[in-house]
Ligand binder design. Structure first.
Ligand SMILES: O=C(O)CCC(=O)C(=O)O
Ligand SMILES: [Fe+2]
Length: 538
């Protein structure tokens, strides 16, 4: 049988009503318990297009709940239930770990076919099937197939040789598998919050004076900055006025930008040429959106990460250990200009205008950063670092118990460079020499920070600083974060350490990645306090 006819037959078989023993025998199913497994799979395939591997395996392969097959026919096909099927069946089917030994004899040929939702990035969430979770609370949280696959790829087949035990299973590592008895109620609480589509602001509007326990963070996550009263550590405020009038001044600025990027990974800029009126209107636009009539705002509520304009609360709602006191909208501004009617009318014009200003400023910053590396001014831009711009409009409502939660937990950004506009409330902090340092609001200034991808391509010369935002009794706090990346949602372009920066003494310390893989890994990981960069270290 050739591969195509095997596949055709298999699909027929999977869709077949139970009872077609002829088809089953043809595929090596020789026990009735296996038949039951197949019958269940038929249902799941039809219902949700689950993930199944068809694989040629050694004759003593054991299928979950089946008697071992003993076959000498090399064309027998066996089913292996893959991790995602284990997830959606809530452990009823087992994803069997397998390996192939090397052999003196060879070559050995095998062909593996993976059933899934396909390459198309879909926002469909897959979690344990409700009908199977009645007396058996969900053991896994929901995920999109793209997030799961990105995590799987980034993790790699990381069996540690001689570790003396079985390798960690991707499901256990990633999918928040837990034996906590109240996992079910936690999940439904998150769902209920999600379904209000009113975000944290909805809780505040409803008058809560105690924050739900879902928002409680561990104490060390919100301790106060250690620099209170300490003026030794202040991130540099760089004055860009007249930068091109005097070459000496430009070189001086390159040196300051380079030093700040190598140490803090953060600096602020003033006299950047963006009028104060534009900055004010941008903050007002974000405020207007979040304070819109809830019913109208709900129309923009989605967890689809690829939609041009999406509003929600806690993008990692179903995976983070604790929720954050913040609502956010995300919009894609470059390289593909959105159709104006894809944006809400209350902030449409200013978003487009602000985006143009930030692109110009970004071009200048990438020039200074390139020169700081001893490269030609256009080097980073020519690599594509400034092609895409994604903007987040954050709204941090006043919090009745700020000591119990955070606005944004510790993280570094998953882009090349971020330009952040914050209002006067404060609460943004950067981790510097193991201490949290406040980044105080400076009127008219923009905060600039190095993202993980710039740290990766500069082979650790520039540092992507860890930062967070505290919750506050006072609010709302508004901030607007603009992320420079390739913007190409599915580009296959690879980014690795820049060749010109490498030498024998300074070999590459990161492997190459596409921006979309890095992004998917970052999102799947969530803001869990760890750096996505460690997964790309060689
Ligand atoms: O709101 C802020 O000041 C920072 C937000 C932030 O860190 C982010 O969006 O990555
Ligand atoms: Fe950030």
């Amino acid at each position: 049988m050739n591969m195509v006819s095997i596949l055709k037959k298999t699909l027929q078989w999977l869709r077949h009503v139970p009872g077609d023993t002829e088809a089953m025998t043809e595929f090596g199913c020789k026990s009735s318990s296996c038949y039951q497994v197949v019958f269940d799979l038929v249902l799941y395939v039809v219902i949700i297009e689950s993930y199944i591997i068809l694989i040629y395996v050694s004759p003593n392969y054991k299928c979950a709940n089946c008697k071992p097959f003993l076959s000498t026919n090399p064309y027998d096909l066996y089913l292996d239930v893959y991790s995602s099927s284990q997830l959606i069946t809530n452990d009823r089917f087992k994803s069997v770990e397998h390996q192939v030994l090397a052999n003196y004899v060879g070559p050995r040929i095998s062909v593996a076919c993976f059933f899934s939702t396909g390459a198309r990035a879909s926002s469909n969430l897959y979690g344990p099937i409700k009908e199977l979770s009645k007396d058996n609370p969900p053991k896994y949280r929901e995920t999109t197939v793209a997030d799961y696959v990105a995590y799987f790829k980034a993790k790699g087949l990381d069996v540690r040789l001689n570790s003396g035990g079985s390798p960690p299973n991707v499901l256990e590592l990633k999918m928040g598998r837990t034996s906590e008895p109240n996992v079910d109620s936690k999940l439904s609480e998150r769902r209920a919050f999600d379904e209000t589509k009113a975000g944290v602001k909805g809780l505040v509007d409803a008058g809560v004076n105690k924050i739900p326990t879902l928002f409680h963070h561990q104490h060390d996550k919100f301790e106060k900055a250690s620099n209170l009263g300490n003026t030794c550590h202040v991130i540099p405020v760089i004055d860009l006025a007249d930068i091109d009038k005097d070459p000496g001044k430009r070189q001086g600025l390159v040196d300051i930008v380079k030093k700040a990027s190598e140490t803090w990974g953060f600096f602020q800029v003033v006299n950047h040429d963006i009028p104060v009126s534009v900055l004010e209107e941008m903050k007002n636009g974000v405020k207007r959106f979040h304070e819109m009539d809830t019913e109208a705002k709900k129309e923009f509520y989605t967890r689809d990460r690829l939609i041009s304009f999406a509003y929600n609360s806690n993008f990692d709602l179903y995976s983070s250990p604790a929720l954050n006191w913040r609502d956010t909208f995300k919009c894609y501004l470059y390289p593909h200009s959105p159709k104006p009617d894809e944006f809400p009318q209350v902030c449409r014009d200013i978003l487009l205008q602000y985006g143009e200003h930030i692109m110009k400023l970004g071009t200048l910053l990438f020039e200074l950063l390139s020169e700081g590396l001893g490269l030609s001014p256009n080097h980073l831009k020519d690599m594509g670092c400034a092609e895409g711009l994604v903007t987040l409009g954050h709204y941090y409502p006043a919090c009745p118990e700020p000591q119990l939660t955070v606005g944004t937990p510790k993280h570094s950004d998953n882009d090349f460079l971020t330009v952040l506009l914050q209002d006067h409330i404060g609460g943004l902090q950067v981790l510097y020499q193991d201490k949290w340092i406040d980044i105080p609001p400076v009127p008219g200034a923009l905060v600039v920070n190095i993202g993980d991808l710039l740290q990766l391509i500069t082979n650790d010369i520039y540092k992507s600083g860890q930062h967070r935002v505290l919750a506050n009794h006072v609010g709302p706090r508004i901030s607007v974060a603009c992320f420079f990346g390739t913007g190409a949602k599915t580009s296959s372009k690879l980014f690795g350490p820049i060749k010109e920066l490498l030498s024998e003494e300074n070999p590459p310390i990161y492997r190459e990645t596409t921006v979309s893989d890095f992004d998917a890994f970052f999102v799947a990981k969530g803001l869990d306090g760890t750096s996505a960069l460690t997964h790309y270290r060689i």
